[in-house]
Design a protein around this ligand. Structure first.
Ligand code: ADP
Ligand code: MG
Length: 241
Protein backbone atom coordinates (compact mmCIF):
# COMPACT_ATOMS: atom_id res chain seq x y z
CA UNK A 1 0.00 0.00 0.00
CA UNK A 2 1.44 3.35 -0.92
CA UNK A 3 0.69 6.35 1.26
CA UNK A 4 -0.91 9.50 -0.15
CA UNK A 5 1.62 11.93 -1.59
CA UNK A 6 2.80 14.38 1.01
CA UNK A 7 0.98 17.71 0.84
CA UNK A 8 3.62 20.38 0.66
CA UNK A 9 1.42 23.40 0.04
CA UNK A 10 -2.30 23.85 0.65
CA UNK A 11 -4.21 27.04 -0.08
CA UNK A 12 -7.81 27.17 1.12
CA UNK A 13 -10.14 29.99 0.13
CA UNK A 14 -7.29 32.44 -0.19
CA UNK A 15 -8.19 36.03 -1.04
CA UNK A 16 -6.00 39.09 -1.40
CA UNK A 17 -7.27 42.66 -1.41
CA UNK A 18 -5.00 45.57 -2.23
CA UNK A 19 -5.82 48.99 -0.84
CA UNK A 20 -8.52 50.08 1.58
CA UNK A 21 -12.21 50.91 1.47
CA UNK A 22 -13.57 52.18 -1.85
CA UNK A 23 -10.15 51.96 -3.48
CA UNK A 24 -9.78 48.33 -2.46
CA UNK A 25 -9.19 45.80 -5.23
CA UNK A 26 -9.67 42.05 -4.86
CA UNK A 27 -6.73 40.51 -6.73
CA UNK A 28 -7.45 36.94 -5.52
CA UNK A 29 -11.07 35.92 -5.03
CA UNK A 30 -10.78 32.53 -3.29
CA UNK A 31 -8.00 30.16 -4.35
CA UNK A 32 -7.83 26.48 -3.41
CA UNK A 33 -4.57 24.86 -4.46
CA UNK A 34 -2.71 21.72 -3.39
CA UNK A 35 0.88 21.10 -4.35
CA UNK A 36 2.77 17.95 -3.47
CA UNK A 37 6.51 17.50 -3.17
CA UNK A 38 8.28 17.08 -6.49
CA UNK A 39 5.69 18.78 -8.68
CA UNK A 40 6.57 21.11 -11.55
CA UNK A 41 3.70 23.57 -11.98
CA UNK A 42 3.30 26.34 -14.54
CA UNK A 43 0.95 29.15 -13.54
CA UNK A 44 -0.50 30.84 -16.61
CA UNK A 45 -3.08 33.52 -17.33
CA UNK A 46 -3.47 37.05 -18.66
CA UNK A 47 -1.70 40.05 -17.18
CA UNK A 48 -3.41 41.19 -13.99
CA UNK A 49 -5.04 37.81 -13.29
CA UNK A 50 -3.30 37.40 -9.92
CA UNK A 51 -0.30 35.19 -10.79
CA UNK A 52 2.34 37.29 -9.05
CA UNK A 53 0.02 37.91 -6.13
CA UNK A 54 -0.36 34.18 -5.49
CA UNK A 55 3.39 33.61 -5.91
CA UNK A 56 4.15 36.35 -3.38
CA UNK A 57 1.75 34.73 -0.91
CA UNK A 58 3.23 31.27 -1.48
CA UNK A 59 6.69 32.75 -1.05
CA UNK A 60 5.75 34.39 2.27
CA UNK A 61 6.58 37.79 0.80
CA UNK A 62 3.01 38.85 1.57
CA UNK A 63 0.06 37.54 3.60
CA UNK A 64 -3.48 36.68 2.42
CA UNK A 65 -6.41 38.91 3.36
CA UNK A 66 -8.40 35.78 4.24
CA UNK A 67 -8.15 32.04 3.82
CA UNK A 68 -5.52 29.54 4.85
CA UNK A 69 -1.97 28.74 3.71
CA UNK A 70 -0.56 25.52 5.10
CA UNK A 71 3.08 24.71 4.35
CA UNK A 72 4.19 21.20 5.35
CA UNK A 73 1.36 21.06 7.85
CA UNK A 74 2.21 24.47 9.35
CA UNK A 75 -0.51 27.17 9.19
CA UNK A 76 1.53 30.06 7.83
CA UNK A 77 -0.98 32.75 8.84
CA UNK A 78 -0.41 31.84 12.48
CA UNK A 79 3.34 32.44 12.28
CA UNK A 80 4.95 35.66 13.42
CA UNK A 81 6.70 37.85 10.88
CA UNK A 82 10.07 36.43 12.02
CA UNK A 83 8.88 32.84 11.79
CA UNK A 84 7.59 33.49 8.28
CA UNK A 85 10.94 34.98 7.31
CA UNK A 86 12.63 31.89 8.70
CA UNK A 87 10.35 29.58 6.75
CA UNK A 88 11.16 31.61 3.64
CA UNK A 89 14.93 31.43 4.18
CA UNK A 90 14.88 27.75 5.00
CA UNK A 91 12.46 26.36 2.43
CA UNK A 92 11.83 28.80 -0.41
CA UNK A 93 14.00 29.99 -3.28
CA UNK A 94 12.99 32.87 -5.56
CA UNK A 95 13.71 33.77 -9.15
CA UNK A 96 12.29 36.93 -10.72
CA UNK A 97 11.92 38.18 -14.28
CA UNK A 98 14.46 40.98 -13.73
CA UNK A 99 17.18 38.76 -12.14
CA UNK A 100 17.49 41.19 -9.17
CA UNK A 101 21.25 40.75 -8.75
CA UNK A 102 23.46 43.25 -6.93
CA UNK A 103 25.17 45.15 -9.74
CA UNK A 104 28.63 45.84 -8.31
CA UNK A 105 28.94 42.44 -6.74
CA UNK A 106 30.49 39.33 -8.27
CA UNK A 107 28.33 36.36 -9.26
CA UNK A 108 29.90 34.34 -6.45
CA UNK A 109 29.10 36.99 -3.83
CA UNK A 110 25.55 37.36 -5.14
CA UNK A 111 25.05 33.63 -4.70
CA UNK A 112 26.63 33.69 -1.22
CA UNK A 113 24.24 36.36 0.02
CA UNK A 114 21.43 34.13 1.37
CA UNK A 115 24.03 32.18 3.34
CA UNK A 116 25.44 35.40 4.77
CA UNK A 117 21.94 36.18 6.10
CA UNK A 118 21.92 32.72 7.64
CA UNK A 119 25.17 33.45 9.45
CA UNK A 120 27.26 30.77 7.72
CA UNK A 121 31.03 31.18 7.78
CA UNK A 122 33.02 32.43 4.79
CA UNK A 123 34.48 29.08 3.84
CA UNK A 124 31.21 27.15 3.77
CA UNK A 125 29.53 30.07 1.96
CA UNK A 126 32.15 30.02 -0.75
CA UNK A 127 32.00 26.24 -1.18
CA UNK A 128 28.20 26.18 -1.38
CA UNK A 129 28.10 29.14 -3.81
CA UNK A 130 30.68 27.52 -6.08
CA UNK A 131 28.70 24.28 -6.07
CA UNK A 132 25.48 26.17 -6.89
CA UNK A 133 27.15 28.03 -9.77
CA UNK A 134 28.44 24.71 -11.12
CA UNK A 135 24.92 23.29 -10.85
CA UNK A 136 23.61 26.00 -13.20
CA UNK A 137 26.50 25.60 -15.66
CA UNK A 138 28.52 28.64 -14.55
CA UNK A 139 31.63 27.02 -13.15
CA UNK A 140 34.50 29.49 -13.45
CA UNK A 141 32.24 32.55 -13.91
CA UNK A 142 32.03 33.44 -10.24
CA UNK A 143 34.30 36.51 -10.37
CA UNK A 144 32.24 38.27 -13.07
CA UNK A 145 29.82 41.06 -12.19
CA UNK A 146 26.29 40.98 -13.65
CA UNK A 147 27.20 43.61 -16.30
CA UNK A 148 29.85 41.23 -17.64
CA UNK A 149 27.31 38.43 -18.08
CA UNK A 150 24.57 37.86 -20.68
CA UNK A 151 20.90 37.92 -19.63
CA UNK A 152 20.78 34.13 -19.67
CA UNK A 153 23.89 33.92 -17.50
CA UNK A 154 22.48 36.51 -15.08
CA UNK A 155 19.32 34.46 -14.69
CA UNK A 156 21.50 31.39 -14.02
CA UNK A 157 23.27 33.32 -11.26
CA UNK A 158 19.86 34.23 -9.83
CA UNK A 159 18.84 30.56 -9.95
CA UNK A 160 22.10 29.57 -8.23
CA UNK A 161 21.35 32.16 -5.53
CA UNK A 162 17.91 30.60 -5.07
CA UNK A 163 19.38 27.08 -4.92
CA UNK A 164 22.29 27.73 -2.59
CA UNK A 165 20.13 27.28 0.52
CA UNK A 166 18.83 23.93 -0.83
CA UNK A 167 15.20 25.05 -0.85
CA UNK A 168 12.23 22.71 -0.88
CA UNK A 169 10.43 24.89 -3.41
CA UNK A 170 11.72 27.09 -6.19
CA UNK A 171 9.30 29.92 -7.04
CA UNK A 172 9.98 31.59 -10.38
CA UNK A 173 7.88 34.54 -11.56
CA UNK A 174 8.29 34.88 -15.35
CA UNK A 175 11.92 33.72 -15.20
CA UNK A 176 12.27 33.83 -18.99
CA UNK A 177 10.35 37.10 -19.48
CA UNK A 178 13.51 39.09 -20.30
CA UNK A 179 15.27 36.43 -22.37
CA UNK A 180 15.29 35.48 -26.05
CA UNK A 181 13.82 32.17 -27.11
CA UNK A 182 17.06 30.12 -27.12
CA UNK A 183 18.08 31.41 -23.68
CA UNK A 184 14.55 30.83 -22.40
CA UNK A 185 14.66 27.18 -23.43
CA UNK A 186 18.05 26.78 -21.71
CA UNK A 187 16.60 28.14 -18.48
CA UNK A 188 13.60 25.82 -18.81
CA UNK A 189 15.88 22.83 -19.39
CA UNK A 190 17.70 23.80 -16.21
CA UNK A 191 14.45 24.00 -14.22
CA UNK A 192 13.42 20.65 -15.73
CA UNK A 193 16.67 19.06 -14.54
CA UNK A 194 16.46 20.62 -11.07
CA UNK A 195 12.97 19.21 -10.74
CA UNK A 196 13.57 15.79 -12.29
CA UNK A 197 17.06 14.99 -11.04
CA UNK A 198 17.27 16.97 -7.82
CA UNK A 199 13.66 16.65 -6.71
CA UNK A 200 13.09 20.38 -6.24
CA UNK A 201 9.44 21.37 -6.40
CA UNK A 202 9.14 24.09 -9.06
CA UNK A 203 6.34 26.67 -9.32
CA UNK A 204 6.75 28.94 -12.29
CA UNK A 205 4.70 31.78 -13.73
CA UNK A 206 4.80 32.22 -17.47
CA UNK A 207 2.50 33.47 -20.19
CA UNK A 208 4.45 31.66 -22.90
CA UNK A 209 2.93 28.27 -23.86
CA UNK A 210 6.35 27.05 -25.11
CA UNK A 211 7.79 27.52 -21.64
CA UNK A 212 4.76 26.19 -19.78
CA UNK A 213 5.11 23.04 -21.92
CA UNK A 214 8.02 21.95 -19.71
CA UNK A 215 5.83 21.76 -16.60
CA UNK A 216 4.02 18.62 -15.48
CA UNK A 217 0.93 20.54 -14.38
CA UNK A 218 -0.72 23.64 -15.82
CA UNK A 219 -2.75 26.01 -13.70
CA UNK A 220 -4.63 28.90 -15.36
CA UNK A 221 -5.65 32.07 -13.58
CA UNK A 222 -8.26 34.56 -14.74
CA UNK A 223 -9.59 37.58 -12.84
CA UNK A 224 -8.29 36.38 -9.49
CA UNK A 225 -9.68 32.85 -9.80
CA UNK A 226 -8.23 29.52 -10.87
CA UNK A 227 -9.89 28.69 -14.15
CA UNK A 228 -8.22 25.36 -15.05
CA UNK A 229 -5.88 22.96 -13.31
CA UNK A 230 -4.74 20.03 -15.42
CA UNK A 231 -1.81 17.67 -15.86
CA UNK A 232 0.41 18.23 -18.88
CA UNK A 233 0.31 14.91 -20.73
CA UNK A 234 3.68 15.55 -22.45
CA UNK A 235 5.89 17.61 -20.13
CA UNK A 236 9.48 18.50 -20.90
CA UNK A 237 9.02 20.96 -23.71
CA UNK A 238 9.39 20.40 -27.41
CA UNK A 239 12.30 18.17 -28.26
CA UNK A 240 13.05 17.34 -24.64
CA UNK A 241 14.05 13.75 -23.99
P1 ADP B 1 -0.26 39.10 -12.80
O1 ADP B 1 1.03 38.69 -12.14
O2 ADP B 1 -1.13 37.94 -13.14
O3 ADP B 1 -0.03 39.98 -13.98
P2 ADP B 1 -0.74 40.53 -10.31
O4 ADP B 1 -0.87 39.44 -9.31
O5 ADP B 1 0.55 41.27 -10.35
O6 ADP B 1 -1.11 39.95 -11.76
O7 ADP B 1 -1.88 41.60 -10.10
C1 ADP B 1 -3.24 41.24 -9.98
C2 ADP B 1 -4.05 42.51 -9.84
O8 ADP B 1 -3.76 43.15 -8.62
C3 ADP B 1 -3.79 43.53 -10.93
O9 ADP B 1 -5.00 44.15 -11.28
C4 ADP B 1 -2.85 44.50 -10.28
O10 ADP B 1 -2.99 45.79 -10.83
C5 ADP B 1 -3.28 44.47 -8.84
N1 ADP B 1 -2.15 44.71 -7.93
C6 ADP B 1 -1.02 43.97 -7.85
N2 ADP B 1 -0.21 44.43 -6.88
C7 ADP B 1 -0.82 45.52 -6.37
C8 ADP B 1 -0.50 46.44 -5.33
N3 ADP B 1 0.65 46.35 -4.65
N4 ADP B 1 -1.39 47.43 -5.08
C9 ADP B 1 -2.55 47.52 -5.76
N5 ADP B 1 -2.93 46.69 -6.72
C10 ADP B 1 -2.09 45.69 -7.04
MG1 MG C 1 3.02 39.10 -12.64
Amino acid sequence: MSSAPEALIQLRGVTKAYGQGQASFLALKGIDLDITRGEFVAVMGPSGSGKSTVMNLLGCLDVPTSGRYIFQGVPVEQLSRDQRAQLRRRHLGFVFQGFNLLARTSALENVELPLLYRGENAKSRRQAAQAALAQVGLEGWGHHTPAELSGGQQQRVAIARALVTRPTVLLADEPTGNLDSARSHEIMQLLWTLNGEHGITVLMVTHEPDMAAYAKRLVHFRDGLMEHDEPNPHPGGQGAI
